[in-house]
Ligand binder design. Sequence first.
Ligand code: ADP
Ligand code: ZN
Length: 600
Amino acid sequence: MNTKNRLFRQIFSLLTILFLGAIIWGAFAIETKKVVNKDVSISQITQEIKDGKIEKIVVEGNKITAITKTKENLISYKEASQGLKDYGINPNDVPVEIKNPESGQIWGTLISVALPFLLLIGFLLFITRQARGGNNQAMSFGKTAARVYGGEQKITFNDVAGLKHAKQELIEIVEFLKNPAKFKALGAEIPRGVLLFGPAGVGKTLLAKAVAGEAGVPFLTLSASEFVEMFVGVGASRVRDLFAKAKRVSPTVIFIDELDAVGRQRGTGLGGSHDEREQTLNQILVEMDGFDTDTNVIVLAATNRPDVLDPALMRPGRFDRKVTLDLPDRLEREQILQIHSRNKPMADNVKLDEIAKATPGLSGADLRNVVNEAAILAARNNKKKIEQIDLRNSIDKLLLGPERTSFVLQGKEREIVAYHEAGHAIVGHALPELDPIHKVSIVSRGMALGFTQSLPSEDRRLIPQSKFEQEIIMLLGGRAAEKLVFGEVTTGASNDLERATTIARNMVTIFGMSKLGPIKLGEREEMIFLGRDFSHKNNSEKTSSEIDQQIQEIIKSAWEKAQTILKKEMEILKEMSVKLLEKETLEDLELTKLLEKVST
Ligand code: ADP
Ligand code: ZN
């Protein structure tokens, strides 16, 4: 919910009403301007008829309108008892139209009289609605737009998969919120603030809600970026309001998302010494320090940048507990997938363990998206249940972007892409350290013209040097195939080259895996200024050129090896490319059969 948006919407609807009014008025004005009405005596009309100047007579009850050939309306009234003939008007001389007395007329008058009133009433109603209501936007910028949860669906720890360690840390908080008296009786000091560290989508918000849910207390949340508004002082007053609200409903959990938006280190001169931010941060600290022993409010805050937080936030009595949330491992991914497929019809062929295996590095939020996207795909194909293929396609879509059906490769380009991808797959299969190849495709997705996917067999923490080397060889396998088959290379490999170079650079500078020895080079100094990362390396000129030389050596040797492998496997390269051109995507048994022939 965005305060500013709401205000704009209201102003907009007011303007629309006014415009509409104006347009209707305009229409009436034009209508009445077009014809000239003139009150005349009946005898004048009779005379004009004789002179042949009248085109038509319209009679509505007692009103007689004579329309002249010059489109003037001459209006007169007759007595109710008299007919037209009594005034010497003969229907043979001029066409006469008898209208139902006054019907159209009445509405016209009514509208033109009532419309201004209606508009006025509408406007007044609008104004009063604006002025009423406590959380009215236009007149109370300083109030928080905090959302209070509770009641509806309760989220508990059962809805959170994995994160065992974090849950354990938080159980104590839940206990306290459930029964503060028990702890106080023993004089226990209860933490006031807990910081949740972790990358986006690992479930920080979810866990905070679960803490409130488990304890059965209300949950107030606000994103720290919502504190900081255009006007100085707004943030601080929102903080005050948020805490006041919380105290009223305590025991309760306050959740502040994106704490780094206000909690960046102060006084570094970098990131701008933003007054507003600082005031907001100070207010948070003041509120937390001001908790007395009877305040049963726990503040949970989330950030994915613990390194930039102001140390003052972490002092005792403030956020003195830290809980780290990691990306889920394979088993946890399976559990997360299970949670999110609970209320969806899954076909019998669905193997969530396989999906979990294929999704290393994805967060809980990503996995929820995988299941959701699969449901959408299944529905689009009019299926009653979600099948394994839907889940797989959903992963591809998430990782590589949607299929580009509007963009179909043709002729030679298609052939080049087929050889390129087959090259990656065969080189990848030939190298022992690399993960098994899972899928090869020349269907364009997102930025990629084709792709080769491998399935990591485990989440690795320690990566040996040989694996890096072989990864680079595989990345160059695409280009090597192009070179060997077509005698020329294309731009198609630019992303491969970039990734290969990054790996090589990391080997040299971070992991000490080169002739320069076990040394960390190119220390990055973090500087964030105006929201941009101005990191710089502090190597000497000489070291820099040595690093470049090492990178070149690694890449060069990999390039040779990729070509050696493919020269040996030329037959299979051709076979696979032909199959790819025919089927576009190779996976499972078909792929395994082809790759089996590659000597490893
Ligand atoms: P964060 O706050 O860390 O960015 P969220 O808590 O907003 O992440 O996670 C977004 C969504 O992802 C959650 O609402 C939930 O549906 C799903 N999710 C994330 N982590 C988990 C998990 N461990 N178990 C179950 N669902 C999860
Ligand atoms: Zn490639």
